[in-house]
Design a protein around this ligand. Structure first.
Ligand SMILES: O=P(O)(O)O[C@H]1O[C@H](CO)[C@@H](O)[C@H]1O
Ligand SMILES: O=c1cc[nH]c(=O)[nH]1
Length: 293
């Protein structure tokens, strides 16, 4: 039995942070960082059956083209992803009355629709990218055991960084997802793909220096930018994908992370139409989930 201090429930029986009860969440889940984006997604549903708000975690469940879908905001960062994935998994795979893990487990399908900064000059602003792998520089996954052997990409990256004479501020991990079946949609095959760097913050952890210098020095950034292996390079930087990929994989769920590239960090440019680009990203995500052509 899982103790009351470990799996905390509210007086109404809902999970502590998300304020959700079993049955309120669909097995297909869109995650977004920005709570406002939840409304932008659920506006497109044919029917909305549930709206719950708790801190930065806004959840809407509804239906589109006969598919039951939940859209939920994680807020920013993998510390929030830790809460979201664990509490959603508990809603399906732990009996909240007996506090025992269920004998039959449910595998969920996650789709992150987020924004990101391109790391490579040739990836255009306002384009979309599917993360084939995540380079975790945020630290969350080091706290979970059973990671297995290091991914070959991390071994190749470590050799490359050694050759370049640089050391990252934190030990790197690479995680790859089990992609949901809906990613077999032809539109997914057209997406640019690469390794997504998940950072622990927006400024210094992504190499930005306003008044404080970043430990992600130009030399380190250049070494990361020039890495490639298995035809994959580090394409973009954001703040959730490694947590989503790592935890969903460990828990037996499937996940895909698609990012709209709003900044180009190699060129120092930013989108002139971020709102339109995010709307198009939502269009794409809903096409994938409902198998619309
Ligand atoms: O647009 P969202 O989904 O929030 O994603 C990106 O934008 C935020 C930073 O501005 C981080 O959460 C990053 O991952
Ligand atoms: O540069 C960017 C843009 C969006 N989100 C990020 O985390 N970084």
């Amino acid at each position: 039995m899982i103790a009351g201090s470990e799996l905390i429930l509210r007086p109404d029986g809902s999970v502590y942070h998300l304020h959700l009860l079993p049955g309120q969440v669909a097995e297909k889940i869109i995650t977004v960082g920005d709570p406002e984006r939840v409304h932008q997604v659920s506006r497109r549903f044919d029917r909305v059956e549930l709206k719950v708000e708790a801190r930065e975690f806004v959840t809407h469940t509804g239906e589109l083209d006969g598919e039951r879908i939940t859209v939920l905001s994680t807020g920013i960062g993998t510390d929030n992803v830790d809460i979201v994935i664990n509490e959603l998994d508990a809603l399906f795979n732990i009996d909240l009355r007996t506090r025992e893990v269920k004998d039959e487990l449910t595998s969920l399908d996650f789709l992150r629709l987020g924004t990101s900064g391109s790391f490579q000059s040739d990836l255009p602003l306002d384009s979309f990218l599917l993360s084939h792998a995540a380079l975790a520089l945020d630290g969350l996954l080091h706290y979970y055991l059973n990671q297995g052997e290091p991914d070959p990409l991390v071994i190749a990256l470590t050799d490359h960084l050694d050759d370049e004479g640089v050391t990252l501020p934190v030990p790197p991990l690479v995680v790859r997802p089990h992609l949901p079946v809906f990613m077999n949609h032809p539109a997914a095959a057209e997406l640019a793909a690469g390794i997504t760097l998940t950072a622990a913050g927006f400024y210094a952890p992504q190499g930005r220096s306003l008044r404080l210098p970043s430990g992600m020095t130009p030399k380190i950034l250049n070494a990361l930018r020039t890495f490639s292996d298995e035809d994959l390079r580090i394409t973009n930087i954001e703040m959730e994908t490694s947590g989503i990929y790592g935890l969903t994989r460990l828990l037996g769920h499937r996940a895909a992370s698609i990012s709209a590239l709003l900044a180009n960090r190699a060129l120092g440019t930013f989108s002139k139409q971020p709102a339109e680009t995010v709307e198009s990203l939502i269009d794409l995500g809903l096409r994938l989930l409902t198998d619309r052509q």
